[in-house]
Design a protein. Structure first.
Length: 103
């Protein structure tokens, strides 16, 4: 789940409030251990997401760096390449496992 949280600092253009909310939502889902809370927990879940999104925005606004801004397109391409490598490694492992079981 947390693999979906992407670094938001030092991007050009800067991270949006929607991106801060999405990161907060993924974080709360991970901590809560559920992607969808029960009706009894919906209010506290939503409040936690909102509070973390505000803290995320504050953090990003106050961080200081001397590094050049990162290009969103290049960063997305890097994430996609890592994901493709990871899933290919899983596919190869499962294929080897099936072959060994068939022997």
């Amino acid at each position: 789940m947390c693999r979906n949280i992407v670094p938001l600092n030092n991007l050009e253009p800067a991270a949006t409030d929607d991106e801060c909310h999405d990161a907060a939502l993924q974080f709360v889902r991970k901590i809560a251990g559920t992607t969808k809370p029960s009706r009894a927990n919906q209010e506290v879940f939503d409040r936690a997401v909102a509070e973390i999104a505000v803290a995320t925005r504050r953090l990003l606004n106050e961080l200081v760096t001397t590094a050049p801004p990162k290009n969103r397109t290049e960063e997305a391409a890097k994430r996609q390449a890592r994901s493709a490598d990871r899933y290919e490694a899983i596919r190869v492992f499962q294929q080897q496992k099936r072959a060994a079981a068939g022997s």
